[in-house]
Design a protein around this ligand. Structure first.
Ligand code: DNO
Length: 403
């Protein structure tokens, strides 16, 4: 491609950066070839109101650093956490909603116009294994249905959990639990309850986990959805006035866990949310890794259905197993039709102005090469994501050239 030539369908390339603590540096991001940064004030606890000053500091850190090199821009916030009481009380959680609006205003004051959030109760994204060995020697993240059931039934000891599993699953979980060492149990507690990187829910001890679940006993899916709608009714008018778009991240995995409802798992879920709140500020973060865990989600069809609502994309792939387990495969080698999805997203971009083209980030990546010898952020090692980004960029160039 000639320097400066516009490829209208190409997506904007972004990269999640966790801040000064991130072992992947901003120069690494430049060398990976991304130009936009996805970040958050991860040192602020869920519910703590962000200040324009703190956002400004982070922005300067990103945009003023090594200014003689390729410029980087902080364009996306992922995420401003939704405080727990908003999910439980909806518009009744007045102070929390007001605080969230103030955080959004602090972000908008620095001209950042896309904010990602999710509405998963008690646990954000959930995996049982962080470093699951692949046949190559690299490692991947995995959700193992039996290990999850063993945690739910015998470590968390959730009342009535048994009714959520069939007899064969119960048997397998029991047999598996019998093989666990204390170290296995501790690892599972850390992986599931202590909040994975970027999670917007609180890290919980087992007693705190039980207590938190109890506070949701009266919340079913329609109620949770209603609370999301009430939240959006309160925040979208302000978002619109600021020119900000909110993008709802799907549930990961996209199905109920711990008897809790999940309401952003399917096309029907998203359609109901868009029907209820028409504001253009009510948008979607299209995460192929999360949505692709359900065989009944047709991702290419979903891009077409929600074309106007998609303002941020996470590209990654999973491979499903018959019992509900899945692991994070190479970016192009999972169940998702990645070429089809990228092509559909690029078609959407053809209908938008260059500035409004959809940004994506390569989501997660295997731990491989030198990253196996380093401390890495689970799911967010540099080399695996670099590989994913390079492969995805290749798809985009090929689609551009062949269409
Ligand atoms: C995990 C991420 C999540 C996501 C939040 C969105 O890798 O996809 O942490 O950022 O759920 O609010």
């Amino acid at each position: 491609m000639a320097q400066g030539m516009q490829h209208k369908g190409l997506m904007r390339q972004s990269w999640r950066w966790f801040g000064p603590q991130d072992p992947v540096s901003l120069d690494h991001v430049r060398q990976a070839g991304a130009h936009e940064i996805v970040s958050a004030l991860h040192h602020f606890k869920p519910g703590q109101v962000w200040t324009a000053e703190a956002v400004g500091e982070r922005k300067a850190m990103i945009e003023q650093h090594n200014k003689d090199r390729t410029p980087l821009h902080w364009t996306i916030v992922e995420s401003i956490p939704i405080p727990d009481d908003v999910r439980r009380l909806g518009k009744g959680a007045k102070e929390s909603i007001q605080g969230w609006i103030e955080s959004m205003q602090a972000v908008a004051a620095h001209d950042i116009k896309t904010i990602c959030y999710n509405f998963m109760p008690v646990v954000d994204w959930c995996r049982t294994d962080i470093d699951w060995p692949l046949p190559t020697g690299a490692t991947a993240m995995r959700f193992d249905a039996d290990r999850f059931a063993a945690f739910d039934l015998f470590i968390l000891e959730r009342p009535n959990a048994a009714k959520d599993y069939d007899a064969a699953q119960l048997e397998r979980a029991k047999a598996l639990y019998a093989t666990f060492s204390q170290a296995d149990i501790d690892t599972l507690i850390v992986n599931i309850a202590s909040a994975l990187p970027g999670s917007t829910t609180d890290p919980l001890s087992i007693p705190a986990f039980r207590a938190r679940l109890e506070t949701y006993h009266h919340i079913d899916a329609p109620r949770l959805r209603q609370h999301l709608v009430e939240f959006l009714e309160a925040v979208t008018p302000v978002a619109e006035s600021l020119g900000v778009t909110l993008t709802l991240h799907p549930d990961d995995p996209p199905r109920p866990l711990f008897g809790l409802p999940r309401i952003a798992s399917t096309a029907a879920d998203y359609q109901a949310i868009f029907d209820a709140v028409k504001s253009p500020a009510n948008g979607m973060c299209f995460c192929t890794g999360s949505l692709g865990v359900r065989a009944d989600n047709d991702l290419v069809a979903m891009v077409k259905q929600f074309a106007e609502r998609i303002h941020f994309v996470h590209l990654r792939a999973t491979l499903r197993e018959a019992d509900g387990s899945f692991f994070e495969s190479d970016h192009l080698d999972g169940d998702v039709d990645m070429v089809g999805v990228v092509k559909a997203l690029m078609d959407v971009n053809q209908t938008r102005s260059v500035e409004d083209r959809i940004p994506f980030r390569p989501d997660h990546g295997h731990r491989m090469l030198d990253d196996l010898n380093k401390t890495v952020t689970p799911g967010y090692a540099g080399i695996g994501r670099l590989k994913g980004l390079a492969e995805l960029r290749g798809i985009m160039r090929a689609v551009e050239q062949l269409s």
